[in-house]
Write a protein of this length. Structure first.
Lengths: 232, 232
DNA sequence: AAGTGGTCTAGACCACGAG
DNA sequence: TCGTGGTCTAGACCACTTA
């Protein structure tokens, strides 16, 4: 536990338990003296809280508690994390799992040669046992050999981290509106041709190696993407 | 121009003109000595570049140029800024402009009393003269009196900033998939019942005062939302 | 005029990665 | 073992807000 983490936790307590929106927090100098750390350490903690949208600072005036926001921010989450954050229980039903050769499009997106082995998973993702989205994932097979012999009913991100020490640290994502064809609609238990949110994602490690390409189609009646945006 | 801004600009030059992805940048100590600033100032600049996804740092190893990402990050932009970033020319065609009394839902979202005066704008937003989205906006009238007498064919955010010194600094946004009814489809020049991205946004000032509530419906054949996400 | 956050310095030690 | 980024200190001055 670093010192700035201690300061951050202390402030989180204050904010959540003893403050309302727009309450003034102690000055940086006061906090440092009170907690026995330097002002820079206090500022480090405040910077983190500000980037999470929990506080705002006005030069010459002070530091204040922000109004509660709908969602923390726009951060990368797995389906399982996303559902838990919505107080829903995530699960998966495996439709198909195989190893295939990368098509031209897939190899381009994943930065590998065409024909490279990819693990392909097709799953229905469930939330509280109700169908939430259809998910197709292609993973670079050499990074996760024998993946298909693991349990594929749970969080792929957690399996990759636990069994292969692969952390998806960053992703490029594209969101668009689409409609479900009759087959897809049947799998999601909605009428044919209802609208859906289509999310395409390429996941990378911190070093920039592409690991997965995923395409998910979410039921529009049960799913929307909420986020807090900030200027600059 | 602060010193860390100078360091940041220097590094941007290096990254854009003399580097490839995964090239190693000079050490923090070297940069400080070379540019005549302290290590903390260098770290400030590096932190900004890291948060923009332009570099990544590995403790014990070094600082490296990141692979180019599809979009900078997820930041709050006006329609006009968004279109310009896509190399399209933004415009607006005004359908309706009036001052109305806030409904229960609107007053709740904007944090004002029901019945409060709101400016209502209904516009077709164009990109290179082609319809891109339908936009309905409600603004707290007391914050921007006489707004309806201004030019409403351009960027609302720029008008608010220039004429009223109001800066939308933060927004809570929700994205979902929907379909266009025949009237909406006609205005956007697409077939009825085609899918669309619906974006609802509440815009706030830095101090947390709600300024606008906007609902936009984007043509799914011309518009998608791309973003880079990061862990934590 | 006083107090706030914003910037900056010159040092120090620690945790981690690689040879 | 050595060099890297990560953390931290005790000061200083500046820019801005508020009274």
């Amino acid at each position: 536990m670093t010192k700035h983490a201690t300061v951050r936790e202390f402030l989180l307590q204050q904010i959540e338990q003893r403050s309302k929106a727009h309450d003034r927090l102690p000055t940086e100098r006061d906090l440092g003296e009170q907690l026995g750390v330097s002002r820079l350490t206090v500022r480090h903690a405040l910077r983190e809280l500000e980037s999470q949208g929990l506080i705002y600072r006005i030069q010459g005036s002070g530091t204040f508690v922000a109004e509660p926001q709908i969602r923390k921010g726009t951060e990368l989450t797995s389906f399982s994390e996303d559902m838990r954050a919505r107080n829903l229980r995530p699960a998966a039903r495996l439709l198909q799992a195989s190893t295939v050769a990368a098509t031209a499009e897939q190899s381009w997106r994943l930065g590998v040669s065409p024909g490279t082995d990819l693990h392909y998973l097709s799953r229905i993702r469930l939330a509280d046992d109700q169908p939430m989205c259809l998910e197709d994932v292609w993973l670079v097979a050499s990074l996760a050999p024998d993946l298909l012999e693991h349990d594929l009913q749970g969080s792929l991100y957690e399996t990759l981290e636990r069994d292969y020490k692969i952390i998806i640290d960053r992703a490029d994502q594209e969101v668009r509106a689409t409609v479900l064809d009759p087959e897809q609609a049947a799998l999601l238990a909605v009428p044919p041709y209802t609208p859906a949110l289509e999310v395409e994602r390429i996941g990378y490690t911190r070093r920039g190696a592409a690991v997965e390409f995923a395409r998910s189609r979410y039921r529009s009646d049960r799913y929307s993407i909420a986020s807090s945006l900030r200027r600059r």
